[in-house]
Design a protein around this ligand. Structure first.
Ligand SMILES: C[S@@+](CC[C@H](N)C(=O)[O-])C[C@H]1O[C@@H](n2cnc3c(N)ncnc32)[C@H](O)[C@@H]1O
Length: 322
């Protein structure tokens, strides 16, 4: 038996391919504590396969089928919950009316297990949905559970990633503690640093698509990512527009000629290169589009760890074998 190691117990809901988990583990390591995941859950079999290959454990499936009593005690609840139609939360009153949405699953577990901290992530659209009532209801539900709740929209571009991705983060602490949002301001990694040198033919767009793009824009010396919006307008930027799970095949083209490779997509979200790719390019494209920018999550979690005293006097301890 080794000496006591400070441990933060983590629950990773809607875990996808583990973006939140990478962030939590890196912040814990920097703080000199261990992040121990006690439960992960995702309904998607391909995500579970990727998660298993990278974290050595297979997430459980549908969170709706997991009784709160089966969820182990934990300190930190993470959830990049799906962007569902939330209107039901906005239109009605009170905690009970959140039922039927996946947010309620988070609230249900938080109510039963009372973790010290909750960190949620969602699309920026959530902020304006139903004229702000959806977000207000979510915050009210968490406040009713005793959390002091704050939210902020953060952009991956401000945290070093060459991807314009704005996401709302919600932080709940119980009891309340001084939490500081990260300020960002981290210089963007140049796109060229993320691009692979050799790219297989399968990632190149058809001659027809390439000719259509080149008829509209001229490639530059520095690489750019060409983005086609729904109206068919094409623009080129030294960064990617937000990766999307269900975007059209040629939504983002490097220099107007090829799709980003799976490794490049992972890098655009800040996943480390040790991430093992075990799914097809199409599956990885969907997974990275659904995932979150790891450095942004890490910056938020760093503030949470500090507020909770994890890495300092507030960390839980447990005996570790070895
Ligand atoms: C926005 S993604 C979160 C991705 C994750 N943050 C990551 O880093 O990859 C939402 C995830 O919720 C999962 N999901 C949807 N409904 C679910 C359910 N009922 N139970 C468990 N997971 C679910 C989806 O399969 C998807 O992977």
């Amino acid at each position: 038996m080794k000496a006591c190691a400070a441990t933060v117990r983590v629950v990773d809901l809607f875990c996808g391919i583990g973006g939140f988990r990478y962030a939590a583990e890196s912040v814990a390591t920097a703080a000199g504590v261990r992040a121990r995941c006690v439960l992960s859950s995702d309904i998607d079999a391909d995500c579970r396969k990727a998660y298993e290959a990278n974290f050595g454990e297979t997430p459980t499936g549908d969170i709706c089928a997991i009784p709160a009593a089966a969820v182990p005690a934990h300190d930190l609840l993470l959830a990049g919950f799906p962007c569902q139609p939330f209107s039901i939360i906005g239109r009605r009153q009170g905690f009970e009316d959140a039922r039927g949405t996946l947010f309620f699953e988070i609230a249900r577990i938080a109510q039963a297990k009372r973790p010290r901290a909750i960190v949620l992530e969602n699309v920026k659209l959530l902020v304006g949905r139903d004229r702000g009532r959806t977000l207000t209801r979510i915050l009210d539900v968490l406040r009713d559970l005793g959390y002091r709740v704050e939210w902020r929209v953060l952009n991956a571009l401000d945290f070093g990633l060459p991807q314009k991705r704005e996401r709302v983060f919600i932080v709940g602490l119980r009891p309340a503690a001084d939490f500081e949002w990260p300020s960002g301001g981290i210089p963007m990694t140049p796109l060229r640093a993320l691009l692979e040198k050799r790219v297989a033919r399968e990632h190149f767009a058809s001659d027809y698509i390439r000719a259509r793009r080149l008829a509209r824009l001229t490639p530059t010396k520095e690489p750019t990512i060409w983005h086609e919006n729904k109206a068919g307008h094409v623009s080129a930027h030294p960064f990617a527009c937000a990766l999307r799970a269900n975007a059209s095949y040629n939504y983002l083209l490097v220099n107007g000629e090829r799709r980003p490779t799976p490794r490049e997509l992972l890098r655009l979200q800040g996943f480390p290169d040790r991430f093992r790719i075990v799914c097809t390019p199409a599956q990885t494209r969907k997974q990275t589009g659904n995932s979150l920018p790891v450095p942004v999550a890490a910056a938020v979690l760093s503030g949470v760890f500090q507020a909770c005293g994890w890495g300092g006097r507030g960390a839980k301890t447990e005996k570790t074998e070895g």
